[in-house]
Design a protein around this ligand. Structure first.
Ligand SMILES: [Zn+2]
Length: 93
């Protein structure tokens, strides 16, 4: 299963830290099918504290979605234990 990192770009003023707090943080994402590369039209939410049964008794995952184009069922987990924050600072021009 591939692992993806979330990256954001923002301009802050008087902010010292930015993080996704706790396992219940909801990431708002668009998904892309692993088989046909179809991108979902709607934004979806995935959270590390939600558990969904995977078909065929393969355990649980944090998110399950069925591709509208090829009908493949894709799953996703939030790796809460690997969550860390790094920052690159640049000065505004
Ligand atoms: Zn697909």
């Amino acid at each position: 299963m591939p692992v993806y990192k979330v990256a954001i770009k923002a301009q802050f003023e008087n902010v010292t830290d930015l993080e996704a707090p706790g396992e219940d943080f909801q990431y708002c994402i668009k998904t892309q099918c692993n088989t046909c590369n179809e991108v979902s039209e709607k934004w979806q939410y995935v959270s590390g504290d939600e558990q969904v049964e995977m078909p065929g008794s393969r355990g649980t995952c944090n998110m399950l979605y069925k591709c509208k184009l090829c009908n493949r069922v894709n799953t996703m987990d939030v790796l809460v234990q690997k969550k860390s924050c790094t920052q690159q600072t640049t000065s505004p021009k």
